[in-house]
Design a protein around this ligand. Structure first.
Ligand SMILES: Nc1nc2c(c(=O)[nH]1)N[C@H]1C(S)=C(S)[C@@H](COP(=O)(O)O)O[C@H]1N2
Ligand SMILES: [Mo]
Length: 406
């Protein structure tokens, strides 16, 4: 990226200064060659991430948070997970960026500059929970291929933008519209320009919700590059793969969008439960829509110790896709009994909710605190694992932390 251009313009002498040693065989170094000393980028610096984040993959970049890094009510960039299917676009010029609305259900495609989007439509800000469909994948058995996310592929940031609905109404959408599909500027791993790393979407009803935004700000600033600068679709409560980063086109489709990662086992699960490892026919797979109820203890970290006779403060967040979390409970006896835990109302629809309580332990020893949320339909998190599926999606098992009372 910038670094490469910088190297082109840099003399050998200054390269040596940067490396901190003379390049002894500089004469025979190929012209334009980038010394390895500059080839291993530090993802924590490059993306401004907390050093405790876990890099699961560097081609493409996939980085997850740990539970305790998600303690803030609004997730800061420094602890927001990164999930990329391809390569981050390298040349972005916000001044010439456009969003085009097209597709079978649009008679006359229309394009907007960022400036037009910002001035023509009302701006809205929502806190929106974005959880990767594969969060928790590492627990499934038989294991599923893909990034082995544990618990940290979830965030709830504050997103500012304009409603997709307002844009679609401005363009004019025909009655036969069933789905929107996004297209973005990231590059396929093969670098083949004909291929898209990912192009997903949502049914019209989700596209038209108040909270579905075409966002240009995250937490009050330009969206960080890794999270979709300069423009991103944000659809809270659904698998975060629906929230296309670096979006430059949205197609209004008269069929269920058939872009990359909309079919096969990608972001689809068996419509009915299957035995672990079972082969599932393509027609028996359903697209993931609203994410299931889930929670995360963000304080203390697992492994904490506390003095006998003292109460333990715990806190965290819970969310339930399109629904609200109506009850929060914890257990210190491996789920044999449950205690109520106060939980706040969401800041807005599709924002995660915060819980906190104090826990007393009967005597010295090893304990686990298990957290369980229940959604407004009365559905709770499973204690250990939900139903198996081929790609290891939707693991909403109770989060558990270990505590020693000494
Ligand atoms: N253009 C584009 N959008 C994308 C992706 C991608 O690879 N390219 N990944 C998706 C997936 S699978 C997830 S989970 C979220 C991750 O968002 P984040 O990296 O901002 O946390 O972005 C989604 N949007
Ligand atoms: Mo994802």
């Amino acid at each position: 990226m910038k670094r490469r251009n910088f190297i082109k313009r840099t003399t050998l002498g200054s390269l040596s200064t940067l490396i901190g040693a003379e390049i002894v065989f500089a004469d025979t170094m190929p012209k334009g060659y980038l010394p390895l000393a500059f080839q291993d980028p530090d993802p924590f610096k490059m993306f401004n991430k907390n050093k405790e984040m876990e890099v699961l993959n560097d081609k493409p970049w996939n980085i997850e948070a740990k539970a305790h890094l998600l303690d803030d009510k609004i997730t800061p960039n420094s602890s927001m997970f990164i999930r990329n299917n391809g390569l981050i676009p390298e040349q972005i010029d916000a001044n010439t960026w456009t969003l085009t609305i097209d597709g079978e259900s649009v008679d006359t495609p229309k394009s907007y500059t960022l400036e037009e989007l910002k001035t023509k439509f009302n701006q809205h800000t929502y806190q929106l929970t974005l959880e990767c469909g594969g969060n928790g994948r590492s627990e499934f058995d038989p294991p599923a291929k893909g990034n082995q996310w544990t618990v940290g592929a979830v965030s709830c940031a504050s997103w500012t933008g304009v409603r997709l609905r307002d844009i679609l109404e401005d363009v004019g959408v025909n009655n036969d519209a069933v789905y929107i599909g996004y297209h973005a500027a990231d590059v396929h791993l093969s670098r083949d320009p004909q291929k898209e790393p990912i192009s997903r979407g949502a049914p019209m009803a989700k596209a038209m919700q108040d909270e579905t935004l075409i966002a240009f700000q995250m937490n009050g600033k330009d969206i960080p590059l890794a999270h979709g600068y300069p423009l991103r679709l944000v659809a809270g409560g659904w698998p975060a793969s629906v929230s296309g980063k670096w979006v430059n086109r949205i197609s209004v489709r008269n069929i269920v969008h058939d872009g990359t990662k909309m079919t096969g086992t990608a972001y689809r699960v068996p419509c009915n439960p299957v035995a672990p490892g079972e082969k599932v026919k393509d027609e028996d797979m359903c697209i993931i829509e609203s994410m299931p109820v889930k929670s995360l203890i963000t304080y203390p970290r697992s492994g904490a110790t506390i003095k006998e006779g003292k109460a333990l403060d715990i806190r965290g967040h819970a969310w339930a896709g399109e629904l609200e979390v109506s009850k929060m409970e914890y257990s210190i006896d491996f789920g044999a009994s449950w205690n109520d835990c106060p939980i706040e109302k969401p800041y807005n629809r599709l924002a995660w909710q915060h819980f906190a309580t104090k826990i007393d332990f009967p005597k010295k020893g090893y304990y686990e605190v298990w957290a369980k949320a229940t959604d407004s339909r009365g559905i709770s998190q499973p204690m250990l694992l939900p139903g198996w599926n081929p790609k290891g999606y939707l693991n909403n098992a109770c989060h558990r932390i270990a505590i020693k009372v000494v």
